[in-house]
Design a protein around this ligand. Sequence first.
Ligand code: GRF
Length: 193
Amino acid sequence: MRVAILISGGGSNMVKLVEAMAAGLPATPALVLSNVAEAGGLAKAAALGVPTEVVSHRGRPRPEFDAEVDAVLRSANADVICLAGFMRIFTPDFVAGWAGQILNIHPSLLPKYPGLNTHARAIEAGDAEAGCTVHEVTADLDAGPIRGQARVPIHPSDTPASLAARVLTMEHRLYPAVLAAVARGLPGPITLA
Ligand code: GRF
């Protein structure tokens, strides 16, 4: 199974996925693609020996951007696409071309808090816990079938930053666990406490 990982920033989740594949997860990191040339994750991917590509979204209509990303992914013979800190929303046409093959990690316990600023919203709501979700990407934002979730407590002293750090640690465990299940054809969803 060939895995393409899409990033927009530091790529900490990408690193964990590539390391898991290097440690025996039965899949191959085929490509790391970013929409941002300055993404710190690109250098990390290169250092790990993974081919990288940049497809800039700047100044380009969304369908044109999506078409170029699609072409790059197909030329890499990707079987699964992992969005990992990827901050673009694909058109329904793009998603339809990869039905059931795109995963995303979102820093909340979906269906709670789709979209942005998830940690601040959970704290503001007085929630006792937060977490992260790996889900299949569909045309609707952060709404596809859930393949895994991990929960963390929210402490009274938490700020969005301290909560984000705790959730990110769980993201780094959850995403490889879900990808391993996908690679092995195991049914989800996976729950990490
Ligand atoms: C993480 O909080 C992740 O949940 C979100 O993007 C953030 C940065 O991820 N999707 P990474 O360090 O670039 O993997």
